[in-house]
Design a protein around this ligand. Structure first.
Ligand SMILES: C[S@@+](CC[C@H](N)C(=O)[O-])C[C@H]1O[C@@H](n2cnc3c(N)ncnc32)[C@H](O)[C@@H]1O
Length: 221
């Protein structure tokens, strides 16, 4: 079955592994993708909501019967086995993802799709010794950030702009990020105009976005 672009983008970011966990799995599509494509041998699907988890249990019933998928109803990483190699957390806020990782454990590979505040996620990953090997924005109706972090990969240098906007958006920008920057700058300018006075934080963000926008215009030309 053809999935939404967001789900396809998340699946494309996942690496082959022995064991995989989808935390906050809801429908379970990403685990189905991993198993159907032989990208993992064992998977755990988890969700804090029994009703959401039931959807994944229905989709993956044959794998659960065969013992290649375990389903657990829990908050965050609470009952996820620590030896799991790759953990996906998608569709939650960046603060919630960062909180889950801070009180849980840090697996070798993480694929994360925060709905907002990706910066907090980047800071946590960078500060925890991960190499962030994928970090870009895509559009599927709305704009989404998608990150992959690996403990064993060569690190990429993160400065202020990479933390704020995402490494790949700065170093190999795509059209979706350019559209995001354009919209975000327009939003900032409208807010500044509506404020009727100087708001230094907004002005600084507008200046950073304007700089990014001009660089993008040069690199996408
Ligand atoms: C918007 S859905 C995203 C589903 C799927 N991961 C995706 O990206 O399409 C968020 C899911 O995360 C679950 N959830 C929210 N907070 C959670 C937590 N702290 N631990 C586990 N699951 C959580 C919700 O019950 C819901 O099913």
């Amino acid at each position: 079955m053809r999935r939404a672009k967001r789900i396809r983008a998340i699946c494309a970011a996942l690496l082959p592994c022995e064991s995989f966990a989808d935390v906050g799995c809801d429908h379970g599509y990403c685990t189905q993708f991993m198993l159907e494509n032989g990208l993992c041998r064992f998977a755990v699907v988890s969700d804090i909501s029994a009703g959401s988890l039931a959807k994944a249990e229905r989709l993956l019933a044959a794998y659960i019967r065969a013992g290649s998928v375990r389903s657990v109803c829990c908050a965050g990483l609470e009952h996820i086995p620590r030896e799991i190699e790759q953990v996906l957390i998608a569709g939650m806020g960046g603060d919630e993802i960062a909180d889950i990782l801070s009180i849980g454990f840090l697996p070798p590979v993480l694929v994360l799709q925060p709905m907002r505040n990706a910066r907090r996620v980047r800071e946590l990953l960078f500060g925890s010794g991960y190499a962030i090997t994928l970090d870009y924005t895509f559009r599927d109706g709305k704009f989404y950030d998608l990150l992959r972090a690996e403990k064993a990969a060569a690190p990429r240098a993160y400065g202020e702009r990479e933390l704020e906007f995402g490494y790949d958006n700065i170093h190999s920008p795509g059209a979706d990020f350019a559209a995001w920057a354009e919209e975000e700058l327009a939003k900032c300018e409208r807010r500044l105009a509506a404020a009727g006075q100087d708001v230094p934080a907004l002005r600084a963000r507008a200046a950073a976005l304007s700089e990014v926008k001009h660089e993008l215009a040069r690199s996408l030309r």
